[in-house]
Design a protein around this ligand. Structure first.
Ligand code: PMP
Length: 421
């Protein structure tokens, strides 16, 4: 029995990423607790995807709730034009202290896609302000994903992605394969040389390409991309919205390859999954290119809810937890449990690949299997797992109990075994 608000309310809702004609009705969530989502009918689902990778400390962590509550009583929001506040200043300082490489300034927005839009605008205007107006294209990668807004879609492999409908609408960028071999790296270098005069920079999801298909690459490939890009003076933009804060193992994926981005995008787990916030971090060199006596050289961007104090308070509290609690060790444990629990899928018919990195576990299926149809089966198992494309994946809260994670991997084994029969 659905609650009173449900039937009429659902008819007023347009849900994300689904064909509204055929999609199953969304489930009514009434509460969250730890790594569980509680439904209106009393069922509890163990969350395998941490609300799109954001709820890294689990739901309702008391420290996050308390800090956001404190801020709520003082100042829920204030515009950021001409004003700053303590939560944003503290957070900017703390992010710069832990970010890979040497970044100097933080531009706040309210989610991941706008953080990417800001990065792209920064890169194009960086060149324009330096007198190279024609350097306005980006190199990006096959199976990449950087968000749902127009600029972000343009660098998200628009010929093959879920955003295919917009392939002729978004600006044309250069989509190339991640250079995984020496020969591929030479080709990548030649490509940059051939198009250099028209390029602003290269944007990549370091180590793990997420929503474009959960493909991994190694630190050597990432280091090569960064080096070849920066050696040509092009801007190296790292989108760590999904990989940041230990999701892929190290605190930032760039750390593993020892690479220093010129621009870094953060989001998702930045607030511990409590509120929307995006951050675009820029190097001194990028920032300096906007300093001028010409007002037109300024970065013209300023979303109404940028640097929202509640979101910044949540992010500061989340950073406290990363300092106080053993997240890196927990991720190492999750990685082991994922490997042990998912590896047996490799032998099943219809399974193309099994791969694990940090707190991400992926079972890739034969593309002929309609994986979204598996979603209700996971719910029947008591698990909240959202397969997409040809992928069944787990990206749980970093605090998940081993027994809960084993429950999730067992559900994956059972559902995948039935799916491929
Ligand atoms: N970049 C990456 C790598 C992402 O995974 C996502 C979200 N899936 C985004 C950008 C967009 O973030 P948001 O959904 O918060 O707009």
């Amino acid at each position: 029995m659905n609650p009173a608000w449900y039937d009429e309310g659902v008819r007023a809702i347009w849900s994300p990423y689904c064909q509204m004609k055929t999609a199953p009705a969304p489930l009514a969530a009434v509460a969250t607790r730890g790594t569980r989502i509680i439904l209106a009918d009393g069922r509890e689902l163990i969350d395998g995807v941490a609300s799109w990778w954001s709820a890294c400390h689990g739901y309702n962590h008391p420290h996050l709730l308390e800090q956001v509550g404190r801020q709520l009583a003082i100042m829920p929001h204030v515009m950021f034009g001409g004003l700053v506040h303590e939560q944003a200043c503290t957070l900017a300082r703390r992010l710069l202290a832990i970010a890979p490489g040497k970044l100097a300034r933080v531009f706040f927005s309210y989610s991941g896609s706008p953080a990417v839009e800001v990065a792209l605008k920064m890169a194009v205007q960086y060149w324009k302000n330096r007198g190279h107006a024609g350097r306005d294209r980006f190199v990006c990668f096959t199976d990449g994903y950087h968000g749902d807004t127009l600029g972000a879609m343009s660098v998200s492999d628009p010929d093959h992605s879920m955003h295919r409908a917009f392939r002729d609408v978004v600006p044309r960028q250069h989509v190339v394969d991640i250079p995984r071999t020496c020969e591929a790296r030479q080709r990548f270098a030649s490509f940059l040389d051939a198009h250099g005069d028209a390029l602003a920079g290269v944007i990549v999801e370091p180590l793990v390409q997420g929503a474009g298909g959960m493909r991994f690459h190694d630190a050597e490939a990432l280091a090569a991309i960064a080096e070849l890009t920066r050696a040509r003076g092009l801007l190296f933009i790292a989108d760590e919205i999904a990989t940041g804060f230990h999701r892929a193992g190290p605190r930032f994926a760039c750390d593993e390859a020892g690479v220093a981005p010129d621009i870094l995008c953060l989001g998702k787990a930045l607030t511990g999954g409590v509120l929307g916030l995006g951050a675009t971090l820029a190097s001194e060199q990028v920032f300096d290119a906007f300093l001028s006596d010409d007002a037109g050289a300024a970065l013209m961007h300023g979303p109404t809810f940028m640097a929202n104090p509640l979101a910044c308070a949540a992010a500061n509290a989340s950073l406290d937890l990363f300092e106080r609690e053993p997240r890196a060790r927990q991720v190492a444990g999750i990685e082991q449990t994922l490997r042990a629990g998912l590896e047996p899928c490799r032998g099943l018919p219809g399974v193309v690949d099994v791969r694990v990195r940090g707190a991400i576990g992926v079972v890739q299926l034969d593309p002929r299997i309609h994986v979204p149809a598996l979603r209700p089966r996971f719910v029947a198992e008591g698990a909240w797992i959202r397969p997409f494309g040809d992928i069944v994946y787990l990206a749980p809260a970093l605090v998940i109990e081993p027994s809960d994670l084993e429950f999730l991997t067992a559900a994956v084994r059972r559902v995948v075994a039935l799916a491929v029969k």
